[in-house]
Design a protein around this ligand. Structure first.
Ligand code: BMP
Length: 272
């Protein structure tokens, strides 16, 4: 039964120490890679690069590259995208050892998302290590993306951060079930520390073999006037997150590298 599946199992600490994680052998190769990078670089930070200028995104990647495990893009907001952009970003990512997450949030029928993933201007399937999708449309979205997959892993949105969103426990539960049924391709979830009781349940149900990436992270918890909610690195980690996504907290600061270092230390030390 679904409700049994999602019941609090407490079979592991929500905040499992990263150094002990490798005893869990079932994990997808992408999860393993993220865990390896985290250990080696002592970071569970993902920087969200929400600039509209491709050159600025690449500069940010150079500046914070040593501090992060994952670099998150919104390629469709770039005003000067050329195929050179993913090629240059790939070069930085292999030199600085981080993975690239294109936050495309696919949300259509399988046939359409297959085109959106592989074709058009961006050809996301050629370069993204991670992409994400909404599950509201059912598991056909996973099949559509899988059909065009070359070398990416999929993250499902189990929760979101904006105030007043319609995600609830039932939705999260069904999303975890879909992930488990497609664990050859799905490697994790977006979870929000703003509903920590649901985030904890996602972690308990998913176990340590799935990543939970949590946006809405900032030392200063004031919102942005557009619904975004913020929580601290500590709160997110204590409730089951393992990768913290930080955008404006880093790229709006004077010194990107110094700000990333502060979030890296806070996030990684909270992991224990
Ligand atoms: P910021 O830290 O500046 O608020 O940016 C958060 C980033 O995470 C944005 O790129 C946004 O698209 C993304 N995000 C989010 O904020 N909440 C979600 O629920 C899912 C997201 O992908």
């Amino acid at each position: 039964m679904l409700s049994d599946f999602f019941a609090e199992k407490n079979f592991l600490s929500l905040k499992f120490p990263i150094t002990k994680i490798f005893k869990f052998q079932k994990m997808n190769n992408f999860v393993k890679k993220v865990r390896e990078i985290s250990l080696e670089k002592k970071t569970n930070l993902c920087v969200a690069a929400d600039f509209v200028d491709a050159e600025k995104v690449l500069k940010l990647a150079e500046a914070v590259g040593d501090k992060i495990a994952i670099f998150k893009t919104h390629v469709d907001i770039l005003e000067n995208f050329t195929p050179d952009f993913p090629r240059k970003l790939k070069e930085i990512s292999s030199r600085k050892n981080f993975l690239i997450f294109e936050d495309r949030k696919f949300a259509d029928i399988g046939n359409t998302v297959a085109h959106q993933f592989a074709r058009g201007i961006y050809k996301i399937a050629d370069w993204a290590d991670f992409v994400n999708a909404h599950t509201i449309v059912g598991p056909g979205i996973i099949s559509g993306l899988k059909k065009e997959n070359k070398n990416s892993a999929l993250i499902l949105l189990a929760q979101m951060t904006p105030a007043g969103n319609l995600f609830d426990e039932n939705y999260a539960e069904k999303t975890v079930k879909m992930a488990r049924e497609n664990s050859d391709f799905v490697c994790g979830f977006i979870g929000s520390a703003d509903r920590p009781e649901i985030l904890r349940k996602i972690r308990n149900a998913a176990g340590p073999d799935f990543l939970i990436l949590t946006p809405g992270i900032k030392f200063d918890s004031a919102g942005d006037g557009l619904g975004q909610t913020y929580n601290s690195p500590q709160t997110a980690i204590e409730n089951g997150a393992d990768i913290l996504i930080v955008g404006r907290g880093i790229y709006n600061s004077e010194n990107w590298e110094a700000a990333a270092e502060k979030y890296r230390v806070a996030g990684f030390s909270a992991r224990g």
